[in-house]
Design a protein around this ligand. Structure first.
Ligand code: ADP
Length: 252
């Protein structure tokens, strides 16, 4: 079983069907970049995987388990909240906006979930957080508050914070699009390093250079469907579909 499997996943908000049947497998260690125009459903798809939204139809498995529901005697039952929390704890998510706790230092932000959610002993959580902050190049900023950090530094703290829960899968939702251009590179290079260490990642991005260099697979979505997917060379270099071609012409 792949780490993520979506079968005919649909999502509507009222009468607006924003995902119209997504089939997608993501294998362990794979880096998948989701591209597509604004409003095509990319964020919604990530939010479904992370159970910030509930599916309208179809099914999604994460690490071999149906999310949100369980199946018994051919019937689906809603999972208990603790079960959903456990499933979500296996997934790290990084948003466009960094969403750090403003009243906590970088170190405090990274330690928070392991200590309060996973009940990791403080000293152990602290050591792990220091290692992670070092890994994202912030060893000298551990005692700084978010307001004292640049956007790129805050986003790297957010990545370290997500990694602190030892996720099996990382979801990135346009992690660099709120950054000043000169700060984009430092965040992408942390993500690239993570990818080369074997992390499974689904990345919504408009950074074509990153997609080309780091993605194993590029998935192009438009209007709630997967239009085409393949290697970066194929989708970005020789797109088969007209919709992909016109999107790429616009973002380049
Ligand atoms: P993308 O990430 O590709 O820009 P989104 O997944 O953010 O696309 O949005 C897809 C569509 O779903 C948009 O039309 C958006 O307005 C709609 N949408 C997203 N979230 C909600 C919500 N909570 N309530 C109503 N409509 C929503």
């Amino acid at each position: 079983m792949p780490i993520v499997r979506a079968v005919n996943a649909t999502k509507s908000f009222g009468s607006n069907e924003v995902l119209k049947g997504i089939d997608m497998d993501v294998e362990r260690g794979e880096v998948v970049c989701l591209l597509g125009p604004s409003g095509s459903g990319k964020t919604t798809f990530l939010r479904l995987i992370n159970q910030m939204e509930v599916l309208t139809g179809g099914r999604i498995w994460v690490q071999g388990e149906l999310i949100g529901v369980r199946e018994k005697n051919g019937k689906l039952y809603r999972r208990h909240a603790v079960d959903i929390a456990r499933q979500r704890a296996g997934i790290g998510m990084v948003f466009q906006r960094f969403n750090l706790f403003p009243h906590m230092t970088a170190l405090g932000n990274v330690m928070e979930a392991p200590v309060h959610v996973k009940r990791v002993p403080r000293a152990q959580a602290r050591q792990r957080a220091l290692d992670l902050l070092d890994q994202v190049g912030l060893a000298d900023r551990v005692d700084y508050y978010p307001a004292q950090l640049s956007g790129g530094q805050q986003q790297r703290v957010a990545i370290a914070r997500a990694l602190a829960m030892e996720p099996a899968l990382m979801l990135f939702d346009e992690p660099t699009s709120a950054l000043d251009p000169e700060l984009v590179g430092e965040v992408l290079s942390v993500m690239q390093q993570l990818a080369s260490n074997g992390m499974t990642m689904i990345v919504v991005t408009h950074e074509m250079g990153f997609a080309r260099e780091v993605a194993d697979r590029v998935v192009f979505m438009d209007a709630g469907v997967v239009v085409e997917q393949g290697t970066p060379e194929q989708v970005l270099g020789q797109p088969r579909e007209e919709r992909t071609r016109s999107f790429l012409a616009r973002v380049r």
